[in-house]
Design a protein around this ligand. Structure first.
Ligand code: GLY
Length: 340
């Protein structure tokens, strides 16, 4: 990815020096599209992702899944749709894809069930909705949005959230719809070999999206099954506004993926936005600084960030993060490993 950007920059520079612009050409609009800007970044989890762990076929499947989700969100934005709808369009796809740890394909709890967490936030007025420890809901992100738009609350959990889902006719699925053989094997390893979730989950699976729409609104959303073998109604950062998700039109939209306990302790998403708002840091600097803080405490993971100016930024302290970004300026790319 960096190589491509470098080549593009070099090519652009070479073109500029090889020609002399006429007065008419100088008056022409720049090649960067002048229409309203939009921008989108997505993730499908971060962690120990190396080329050695992947077959070419598996890698191609992940890249295709990320591209399909990116395209779904980019289409909403390019057509003039809302940032919230673009975030939702991305996450709906990833929640239905069993390769990712959210919705279908969510990891198993210790008791062999699935407890799903999700949140969404609107940068216009910082309205937010979150659900935690919910079972049976096909699309947790839709339930989080319902909480934001049709309840006076920000977060609902467990049975109460499920009652709210039923009242609002949110689609549910039977337990077997969520599980996969690989996730069940991971749970068995946690139980029989007494290894931790960190040993069986090669990545911290969570999915998320952040978007800037053509009217300048930002939004962020995150959805996850959490960690394999989680017990005692453990809840991670994904549904915690300010930790796993944050959006504020003044400064940024953030979605995180990683070892949730550390992201909650650092307040990752809000910390990144605050560094931009209060210290005037650019989003790459703010994200890298906060992720370094997570690392220092012992945590792993990553973030995606979109800024009001249209920058779409990644920052992660793991060997890989499933990710993608697209902008009105023509960026459209997906990547897995660090350094791509
Ligand atoms: N980041 C997801 C979790 O810790 O549950």
């Amino acid at each position: 990815m960096r190589t491509l950007l470098l080549l593009a920059a070099l090519f652009g520079a070479a073109t500029a020096t090889a020609t002399t612009a006429t007065a008419q050409e100088r008056a022409m609009p720049p090649t960067e599209p002048t229409g309203p800007k939009w921008s989108l970044a997505i993730h499908g989890g971060a962690g120990t992702l190396t080329r050695d762990d992947m077959t070419p076929e598996r890698e191609a499947e992940y890249r295709a899944a990320l591209q399909a989700a990116l395209d779904a969100g980019a289409k909403v934005l390019a057509d003039g749709g809302a940032a919230l709808d673009a975030v939702q369009a991305v996450i709906l796809r990833l929640e239905d894809d069993p390769k990712f740890n959210a919705g279908r394909g969510a990891v198993f709890t210790w008791d062999g069930g699935h407890e799903l967490d999700a949140s969404i936030m609107d940068g216009r007025d910082r309205a937010a909705g979150a659900i935690a420890g919910v079972t049976g809901v096909r699309h947790p992100i839709l339930l989080a949005r319902k909480v934001m738009e049709e309840s006076p609350h920000v977060m609902l959990a467990g049975r109460g959230a499920e009652e709210f889902a039923a009242e609002h006719e949110i689609e549910t699925m039977p337990p077997e719809w969520f599980g996969t053989d690989a996730r069940r094997e991971a749970l068995e390893r946690v139980k029989t070999e007494q290894v931790s979730a960190l040993d069986v989950d090669i990545k911290f699976g969570t999915v998320g999206a952040v978007a800037l729409d053509q009217t300048g609104n930002l939004a962020a959303g995150t959805s996850t099954g959490g960690m394999t073998g989680k017990r005692w109604s453990r809840i991670g950062d994904a549904p915690v506004i300010g930790a796993g998700t944050y959006a504020d039109n003044r400064v940024c939209a953030v979605s995180a993926t990683g070892w949730g306990e550390y992201f909650i302790r650092v307040g990752v998403a809000k910390a990144i936005c605050d560094r931009g708002l209060l210290a005037g840091e650019d989003m790459q600097t703010a994200s890298d600084t906060v992720m370094a803080e997570v690392k220092e405490l012992g945590g792993d993971g990553g973030v995606i960030v979109v800024a009001p100016g249209g920058d779409a930024v990644f920052s992660f302290n793991t060997s890989g993060m499933y990710r993608g970004r697209a902008t009105s300026g023509g960026v459209n790319e997906v990547a897995i490993y660090a350094g791509e």
